[in-house]
Write a protein that binds this ligand. Structure first.
Ligand SMILES: O=C([O-])CC(=O)C(=O)O
Ligand SMILES: [Mg+2]
Length: 523
């Protein structure tokens, strides 16, 4: 146990630590105070990131006490957007291993290798191939910080106990030739294999993970879009698994839409929704909106007709020959165009969602055109990190005369326009996946389904206070994230029990049980 100066006199005596620590015996709060001082003295967030990761290795309790002392400040440092820089430079800033590093050449031995992990009761694995990290594309082994950071948010945002969390980078190779040529790159210097071979590798991994850690929940994160969609379909009925970029992102986008429509007093079934970007996030959000619209009485066909996708090849319409199976259901009879403004003119969207990774794609023309036919445009430039956002909140407010309801994937500062202050929301999946984790831990369902994510979306939306809605805020405030996610987890757990999907006995007080599972940093 690494408590540092918090070891008591008795512990120091019995553990042979006398003389090995400074004289003062300190509380956790005092230690946090010192850490905050160190962080304040660092020149930038990437240095804070490195410092905090070192702290998580040397004193996990102090790490979580620090991050949880001010989540609104520290989540953007341990996670997006700072983690993007950490990923880009991972081979260079690497200090020591965290979690596990598996590669495709271990395929026949995954079980044996996973048994090297010192903890036997692993409840959640977050696994990435690095094939599509944030909006940064394929960066292979440089994506290793992502599963680490995501699992840290399980604890920091929802109180999921950290001992049962295992981050894994599963190295299948990378298409990124520049990284393969970097002397300090830490991964395999190989091209990834064909999809069939990827499936065989991941099949072996899933089998081994479930054999070594029975009942483990596997969270897929930042795989290449095609792999993400295919692997989720392959495993969703066979294992306890979910894909955060498909289901978590969809859920948080839906949460923002639900709040925005409550503010507007409009029904989801009446919206016209245009996506810029048609990868796994875009089609994942679109599919979840279809489910939610069906819940409001539309047929599947009617719901799909209200959604249009636009990608690098232009507007997705019936004549396009390059569409994959996830995109085809959204190909309607539109006039072909490669111009987003033109697409906005045709579709007259009430909701515009950016998942394109093209910074600045929502130009003044796009936004003003939208505002011409929509009184309160809902605009979500979700791409990350910051410079990939399709527009800034400031631009969206300015070009719509302050009418837009805006949420981005990364945090942006408040905007003051004509004496009014606007608070752009942060539509990040960290509102969702930690709460799903907590609900899964409490109910132990056999499978995870979309209905759980829809419930998480509604629970998140319901927690935005009226005062905050009046300011155009679409998400609950982050300083209270732990309480928010416990409430979300309770709602999701209730629905899991109600639908008969739990494998544990129904609890009388679900909230109290969720709280009793919850980790609080302390010695
Ligand atoms: O990590 C985030 O902030 C959102 C996300 O899952 C991604 O961009 O892949
Ligand atoms: Mg992701």
């Amino acid at each position: 146990m690494h408590k540092g100066t918090a070891f008591t006199q008795e512990e120091r005596a019995s553990l042979g630590l006398e003389g090995l620590l400074p004289t003062a015996v300190e509380t956790l709060d005092r230690q946090v105070e010192r850490v905050l001082g160190h962080l304040g003295a660092k020149p930038n967030d990437i240095e804070r990131f490195i410092y905090l990761q070192e702290l998580s290795n040397s004193n996990q309790t102090l790490f979580y006490a620090t991050v949880m002392s001010d989540p609104a400040r520290f989540v953007p440092i341990v996670y997006d957007p700072t983690i993007a820089e950490a990923c880009l430079t991972y081979g260079h800033i690497y200090r020591r291993p965290q979690g596990m590093y598996l590669n495709r050449h271990m395929k026949g031995r995954f079980e044996e290798v996973l048994r090297n992990w010192p903890v036997k009761e692993v409840r959640f694995i977050c696994v990435s191939s690095g094939g599509r990290i944030l909006g940064l594309g394929d960066i292979g082994a440089n994506g290793a910080p992502i599963p680490i950071g995501k699992l840290q948010l399980y604890t920091a945002c929802a109180g999921v106990p950290p001992e049962g969390l295992l981050p894994i980078h599963l190295d299948i190779g990378t298409t990124n030739a520049a990284l393969r040529a970097d002397a300090l790159y830490t991964g395999l210097r190989e091209e990834p294999p064909e999809p069939d071979a990827v499936d065989a590798i991941v099949d072996a991994f899933m089998k081994a993970a479930n054999a070594v850690f029975p009942g483990v929940c596997v969270h897929f994160e930042d795989w290449k879009g095609d792999d993400a969609i295919r692997l989720l379909e392959r495993y969703r009925d066979r294992y306890l698994v979910y894909n955060d970029d498909i289901q978590g992102t969809a859920s948080v986008a839906l949460a923002g839409i639900v709040t925005a429509l409550q503010i507007k007093g409009a029904a989801l079934a009446d919206q016209r929704i245009l996506f810029a970007g048609a990868g796994s996030a875009g089609t994942g959000i679109a599919d979840m909106i279809v489910e939610a619209m069906r819940g409001e009485g539309l047929s599947e066909g009617e719901a799909r007709a209200r959604i249009a996708l636009f990608d690098i090849g232009g507007l997705i319409e019936k004549g396009r020959k390059d569409l994959n199976a996830s995109q085809k259901p959204f190909a309607h009879d539109w006039k072909p165009t490669e111009d987003l403004t033109d697409a906005v003119k045709q579709i007259r969207p009430t909701i515009l969602i950016g998942v394109s990774t093209v910074g600045g794609l929502f130009t003044e023309a796009v936004v003003r055109t939208m505002a011409r036919t929509c009184e309160r445009p809902v605009i979500f430039p979700l791409s990350n990190p910051t410079e990939k956002a399709e527009c800034t909140p400031e631009q969206a407010y300015e070009w719509t005369g302050g009418k837009a309801l805006v949420a981005c994937g990364v945090p942006f500062p408040d905007v003051t326009l004509d004496g009014r202050t606007f608070h752009p929301g942060q539509a990040n999946n960290f509102y969702i996946f930690p709460a799903i984790g907590l609900a899964v831990q409490a109910t132990k369902p056999k499978r995870i389904d979309d209905a759980m994510f829809i419930e998480a979306a509604r629970a998140t939306a319901d927690q935005v206070s009226q005062a905050d809605r009046d300011k155009g805020m679409l998400f609950p405030r982050q300083n209270n994230i732990l309480e928010t996610e416990r409430t979300t987890a309770t709602r999701v757990a209730e629905s899991i029990f109600e639908r008969g999907l739990a494998t544990v006995k129904r609890l009388t007080d679900i909230r109290a049980f969720i709280e009793s599972l919850s980790y609080t940093p302390g010695y």
